[in-house]
Every structure is written in structure tokens, then in C-alpha cells.
Design a protein around this ligand. Sequence first.
Ligand SMILES: [Zn+2]
Length: 253
Amino acid sequence: MRPYILAETNWAALKKAAFDLAVLPWGATEAHNFHLPYGTDIYESNYLAAESARLAWEKGAKVIVLPTVPYGVNTGQTDIYLDINLNPSTQFAIMHDIIEVLNRQGLHKLLIFNSHGGNDFKPMIRELGVKYPEMFIAFTNWFTSIDKKMFFDNEGDHADEMETSLMLYFEPQFVLPKEKWGKGTEKKNIIKGFSEGWAWAERKWSKISADTGVGNPEQATSEKGEKYFRAVTQKMAGLLYDISKTDIKNMYK
Ligand SMILES: [Zn+2]
């Protein structure tokens, strides 16, 4: 029973508890190439947030990890079977209700620990920040926290070498054998602004990838996954620690 994981702890422990920071992991339920489970982003959220919180807790930070939200924004995957889409407005409503509880109970710092590229919390945090001025609300995309090139040979952003390595490390029994892995080849938009990344439009996922992956997973290993996991959680633990210990009224110098 880990005291920093809300789903595992209990009223006896929490009756008189006071945490400094709530961490809300946010995943998605979606196809990940042929070979990774639909819950990949949920597993990543669970393992990475829990370990980051453990490291921060051991340094003395009073953090509590809320249960992972299992659905994310999947508006580009409407034709991929059982990819479950949460609309941004629904996501906003969920955040709003959780923040209302935290604010009312005096837990004034929230970090969203995001595992899914389609989730975009910035506009929601802006709006909820105005509505709840006592709250400090932030998010991190852990997958951008460390240069992946230091750990992996092939780039990608979905079911790639990084995600396959993590899943081989976390839950190898849910990863199909290597001969089933797709190549994760991505088709680029023929309009330059989009393919170069300085203009944005939703990618119609079934048109850009035959196997739903973006990034070749073939060099993935559990060892790479573990090294990356250790590096990301160290860095995230630092962030959790810093947020929980910082007076939000005196954040700038
Ligand atoms: Zn993913």
C-alpha cells in the first residue's frame, strides 16, 4: 500500500492527511501499431507517475497520485475500431470537477501527467486558472522531458521504439512477438506548412499509417525501456518535488 497512490490508500490514513501536490495521470485508449495493447498510454501513465511520485515522496515531497484517466482525445482516429474518443469539452468538464474538489479542500497544486499526444491541456488550464485563482494548475508531457535520441535509434511519436521498449519493460506479456510488429511508416502531408510543422491540422490517422504506428519499433528492447524509464522518472520526480515545495505566490525571481 503506497501512501502516495490514492487508489491504494485509505480513509484511516487520509483523514488527517494534507498533501501539497495532486498528480493526475492522463492516458488514452487506442490502437498502438499491431503489437502494443490499447491501454499502452494508461500503463505508461501508471508506472511513470507512480515511480516519479515514489522518488519525490522519499525526498520529502507530499504528493498524491490520483487514478489515471483512461480516455483521451482521439478525434483523428474515428474510424479505428474501439479507439475511444473523449472530446476536449468533456476533458475540460472532468478537469473542472476534479479541480473544484481540490480547490474546496485546500489542495492547491495540480500537475497533469500526460501520456497522450492528442491531449492538449494548455487552453483548459488557462481557463480554469482564471476560474480558480487559488489553484496552481500545470501539465507535463513526460515524453518530451528528455531527448529520446539519447536512448533510442529510431524516432517516432506513436507506438514507436520508445513506447515499445517501455511496454517490453512494463508488461512484456501484452506485447506481440516481433514478427507481428508493423514498421510504423508515416505518410507526410503534401502541404509543406503541415509537414514542416509550422502549420497544424488534425492528422487522419488511418491515412497516415497502415499499422497505426508512427516510428519504427524494430530496435526496441526492455533494457532500453528501463534506462529511459529511470531517466524520465528521475526528472519528473524533480519536477514534482519542486512544485510541491515552492510557494506559488513567490515563483519568480
Ligand atoms: Zn501511446
